[in-house]
Ligand binder design. Structure first.
Ligand code: NOJ
Length: 558
């Protein structure tokens, strides 16, 4: 393939790293992470190989939903820094070859947002129609409730307004009315504002809820087509910045997801998180059977060339298993989160990967090797690269939103403030900073951090992993996923063993011969094929190998 394509459609081979400014590094010493702290660690991220930083919400907020409850879409929370700090961050990141994308959370605002305060104060306020009101709201289904531990309805009575308002999430997060053209104009302005400050796009929160209009009070004929609205947003963004992206949170079936890319036209979201692949990965791990993962990958709908899947194994929310059946979910619960305190909302786990895998280094590495070799663009959640665990004594999803572990020292090097003043808890016990931290792993060639750095380098060297069409190779072991990605004549084959027993995997490659050896990418090694393109590959228990098919004309470095 043309190497220049990888900079043109940069997101197809990006390595995305998600962090929350509040928990990453406290440079000011007051217990809360800050933008200045992120700037200090840009070189760390660059060394790791990150090419795109995803900043979770850093906007002014009462912080009742970890910053996803916003009071000013144009602001920077004064606890975290200023617009000046933000501009310096974007500039420093760019200097190290890293783009920045930010969360776009415009399905709702905080109930303390000035727009909502004005809206509820009077039916004649110009902001009244910026939200969704009803005198007699429809009954909702229990499954409509996102946070069943705290909410029972999508509608909240407001004494001041004398009406109910819609809230897809917590009651303190009233939904914006996107059927109102003034709201749509304002959302576009927000997009334009952050693009002007140099961001390369947005992680778009809760897209299906954002664009839904069926609750809106406007007469049906006036309610815009939700997907036409998403198309408008995309074209507005692309006019302002040609290579900016929309990475959407759309936790729906694969078939439903495709509409959010804009089907074959590809004129809506640029990228979709693969929630179905992620959930089935855990089922496959729980069963030591690659089947569920294979079926999920093969059920991905075709996307147009410039669109992309974002692959991930953890994020800042619960590890949702909502798209599995009840029985499948129970299998995953019993393998990776058997205690009730590890589970949340009846559908997910509030744990990180290493603790779910009992700290087994072989299994942890195998999972990250999968993450980077599955077709798509990998997204890391901060701390994954060093194997951070969770803190179950923290409430709800906060268990995985602990402070970053830089050193073995006080507060894990996150802050010089007293531990009681930290904005988030620090992990205690075996996965705490004394045992898991960046400093100890940086110069250790055998550390997880070094391994993830190698995975990133190898991923970036094999653009077919981001661009290629998936082919699952036939082989006899149920626990093994052998897959191949080919693009424009370049091929990588990856093998992963989801079981503890070592095995030998016979492969037959239709287009390879004794002139095209397989070269290991994660270790030294070379396997010759016979004239019929056959070879037998050894795999350790929980083993993983990436093999490049080296054709005589291949001039890439091996
Ligand atoms: C999705 C975010 O990922 C989650 O953390 C948040 O609670 C909801 N949107 C509501 O904003």
């Amino acid at each position: 393939m043309r190497i220049t394509d990888t900079s043109d459609l940069w997101w197809k081979t990006a390595v995305v790293y998600c962090l929350d400014v509040e928990t990453f590094l406290d440079w000011g010493g007051n217990g809360t992470g800050d933008i200045a702290g992120v700037v200090q660690r840009i070189d760390y991220l660059a060394e790791l190989g990150v090419t795109c930083l995803w900043l979770m919400p850093f906007y002014p907020t009462p912080d009742r939903d970890d910053g996803y409850d916003i009071t000013d879409f144009y602001g920077v929370d004064p606890r975290l820094g200023t617009h000046g700090d933000f501009a310096e961050l974007v500039r420093t990141a760019r200097d190290r070859g890293m783009r920045v994308i930010v969360d776009l959370v415009v399905n709702h605002t905080s109930d303390r947002h000035p727009w909502f305060r004005a809206a509820r104060s009077s039916p004649t306020s110009r902001y009244r129609d910026w939200y969704v009101w009803s005198d007699d709201p429809p009954k909702n289904k229990a499954t409509d409730i996102t946070f069943p531990d705290q909410e029972t309805s999508l509608w909240e009575w407001d004494d001041k307004a004398g009406q109910y308002y819609l809230h897809r999430f917590y009651r303190h997060q009233p939904d914006l009315n996107v059927a109102n053209p003034a709201v749509r104009e304002e959302i576009a302005k927000v997009i334009g504002f952050w693009l002007q400050l140099g961001v390369s796009g947005f992680r778009v929160d809760a897209v299906p809820f954002l664009i839904e209009t069926h609750h809106q009070p406007t007469a049906p004929r006036d309610v815009p087509d939700p997907h036409a609205y998403l198309r408008q947003l995309r074209s507005f963004m692309s006019r302002r910045s040609g290579d900016a992206i929309l990475l959407g949170e759309v936790n729906l079936s694969h078939v439903q997801q495709r509409r959010f890319i804009g089907d074959e036209d590809g004129d809506e979201l640029t990228m979709l998180f693969d929630f179905i692949g992620m959930q089935n990965l855990y089922l496959a791990l729980a069963r030591s059977d690659a089947g569920p993962l294979t079926r999920a990958l093969e059920s991905r709908p075709h996307l147009p060339d410039h669109a992309q899947w974002a692959t991930f194994v953890r994020n800042h929310d619960e590890l949702t298993l909502d798209k599995l059946t009840q029985r499948q979910r129970e299998e995953v619960f019993s393998a990776f989160g058997p205690e009730p305190e590890m589970q949340i909302y009846g559908r997910g786990l509030r744990r990180r990967v290493p603790s779910m895998l009992n700290g087994d280094p072989r299994r942890i590495r195998m999972v990250y090797s999968l993450l980077f070799s599955l077709p798509g663009t990998p997204v890391l959640f901060y701390g994954e690269e060093i194997g951070m665990g969770e803190e179950l004594s923290a409430e709800g999803r906060a268990a995985v939103r602990t402070t970053m572990q830089w050193t073995a020292g006080r507060n894990g090097g996150f802050s010089s403030a007293a531990p009681s003043r930290l904005a988030a808890p620090t992990v205690q016990g075996g996965f705490g900073p004394e045992h898991v931290n960046v400093e100890a792993q940086r110069r250790d060639p055998d550390s997880l951090l070094s391994f993830v750095t190698l995975l990133i380098r190898s991923y970036r060297e094999a653009p077919e992993l981001g661009w290629g069409e998936l082919e699952v190779l036939d082989q006899p072991h149920k626990a093994v996923l052998a897959h191949r990605l080919t693009h424009d004549g370049s091929t990588t084959i990856a093998l992963h063993n989801l079981a503890p027993e070592p095995c030998q995997v016979p492969l037959r490659l239709r287009d390879a011969t004794e002139d095209t050896p397989l070269v290991d990418q994660l270790a030294d090694g070379r396997t010759n094929l016979d004239a019929a393109g056959r070879a037998v590959i050894d795999l350790d228990g929980y083993g993983y190998r990436w093999l490049r098919v080296l054709t005589p004309s291949d001039r890439r470095l091996v």
